[in-house]
Design a protein around this ligand. Structure first.
Ligand code: PLP
Length: 424
């Protein structure tokens, strides 16, 4: 065990996730690559953890932050007018497509979801919420209430009364072989059944990830959420789309993941990539819902000038360089290659994803762990997880070049071949 790992184990919680049997210390980064303390370079196919959305050491982001630092004002709290915050809110409100949208900034995705749940439960005067099976929305009390992914769910002392829906579980035996339309019908019938038989009184909201992140990049078929939304609208139930992983063009086919379903939600939550490493999260919601809370509030650090400088520069970069189109292009190259390889590799059970968010499902957790080590050895960082510990998750920076996509694909396929051969 390295000296730093021993010190980590001594003072950090046991449950704090670390990748790799010998976790690395990343000491520098440039473009879409990082370097560890031993000087080894890696293509980062997980973008930190979807945090370095436009790569490392981006001059536009660094200069924006340095300009803010040079003013001498790191942060004074949100009780004064903050120009960067207002500018970013204007951009997000416009991009969201939500009518009369307003934005509240937080420091994390957990806090963003907490805020959305507060707004929804207050607006509907109900503690009843709907969420999806296999979901993850954060580690605070409200967010954990609507989390159903068992390996990320810590307790049952949850303040909200959550009911979990089908929608991203087509891998289950009873749904295999169904067409998209048939599966969507089963899910909608189930939603109606839950509403008719299971909930206590009115329901405040449905919260859902358009593609489930820690759930292993499992996906609802396009159109499912539009079908859900019809039922929700009939019953006055709000819809919160958790875009913490799926926002800002990552899926290639839409700017926010939920737009792949042709749905305008009542609220969206975001975090991770927006600050390109600086802590920024938030909620964008219909103005009437956002304004409805009766008590005054603030987030001392939410929307601070440094994070706002980073986030404005990052979002401008995404838009100016049309990184959504880049995600579609590079993602298609990788998906085609993975699908082709899957046909000849017995250990690969599934390949799925959209744009630059894709996963490979292997047979056993041991194979997934082996993949992590083998790809790391060859110079590529990925994420592991999923419901059964058998999924390899990858979400490179949206700035990935076609050459890097091909290089990464080569490493992934080679690592899979090695493990397939070992499996005999
Ligand atoms: N929502 C989703 C979909 C996530 O993937 C995460 C984190 O992985 C969160 C919320 C929580 O965000 P944070 O870790 O910034 O609190």
């Amino acid at each position: 065990m390295s000296e730093l790992l021993a010190r980590h184990r001594a003072v950090m919680p046991n449950w704090l996730a670390l990748n790799y049997t010998e976790p690395i210390e990343i000491v520098s980064g440039k473009g879409n690559r990082v370097v560890d303390a031993d000087g080894k370079s890696y293509l980062d196919f997980f973008a930190g953890i979807l945090t370095n959305m436009i790569g490392y050491d981006v001059p536009e982001v660094r200069e924006a932050v340095e300009r803010q630092l040079a003013t001498g004002v790191v942060h004074t709290s949100t009780v004064y007018l903050l120009r960067g915050q207002i500018e970013l809110a204007e951009k997000i409100a416009r991009l969201s497509g939500i009518p009369d949208a307003k934005v509240f900034f937080t420091n994390s995705g957990t806090e963003a979801n907490e805020t959305a749940l507060l707004l929804a439960t207050y607006a509907r005067k109900s503690d009843q919420v709907l969420a999806m099976r296999q979901s993850y929305h954060g580690r605070s009390f409200g967010a954990i209430s609507v989390t159903s992914n068992r390996s990320w769910k810590n307790n049952s002392l949850s303040p909200l009364n959550a009911h979990f829906l089908h929608g991203a579980d087509r891998h289950l035996a009873q749904f295999r072989g169904l067409s998209d339309a048939e599966y969507i019908k089963v899910c909608v019938d189930d939603l109606r059944h839950v509403l008719a038989t299971t909930v206590a009184g009115d329901v405040a909201a449905l919260i859902a990830e358009p593609i489930q992140g820690v759930g292993g990049f499992t996906m609802a078929p396009d159109g499912l959420f539009a079908a859900y939304k019809e039922v929700l609208d009939e019953q006055g139930i709000l819809f919160i789309s958790d875009e913490v992983q799926t926002g800002w063009g990552r899926t290639g086919s839409a700017f926010f993941g939920i737009q792949n379903h042709g749905v305008t939600p009542d609220m969206m939550t975001f975090a991770k990539g927006l600050g390109n490493g600086f802590a920024v999260g938030g909620v964008v919601a219909r103005g009437d819902l956002m304004d409805a809370l009766p008590a005054v509030g603030l987030a001392t650090f939410g929307g601070n000038p440094i994070s706002m400088a980073a986030a404005n520069a990052t979002l401008d970069y995404v838009l100016d360089h049309d990184l959504q189109a880049n995600a579609a292009r590079t993602g298609a190259l990788i998906m085609d290659g993975l699908r082709e390889a899957a046909q000849r590799l017995r250990i690969v059970k599934d390949v799925r994803g959209k744009g630059l968010m894709f996963a490979v499902e292997l047979e056993t957790p041991a194979q997934a762990a082996r993949f992590m080590e083998e790809s790391k050895r060859a110079g590529l960082l990925a994420g592991k997880g999923g419901l059964y510990g058998t999924a390899i998750r990858m979400a490179p920076p949206l700035t990935l070049t076609m050459d890097e996509a091909a290089e990464g694909l080569g490493i992934i396929v080679h690592a899979l071949e090695v493990i397939d051969a070992e499996a005999g």
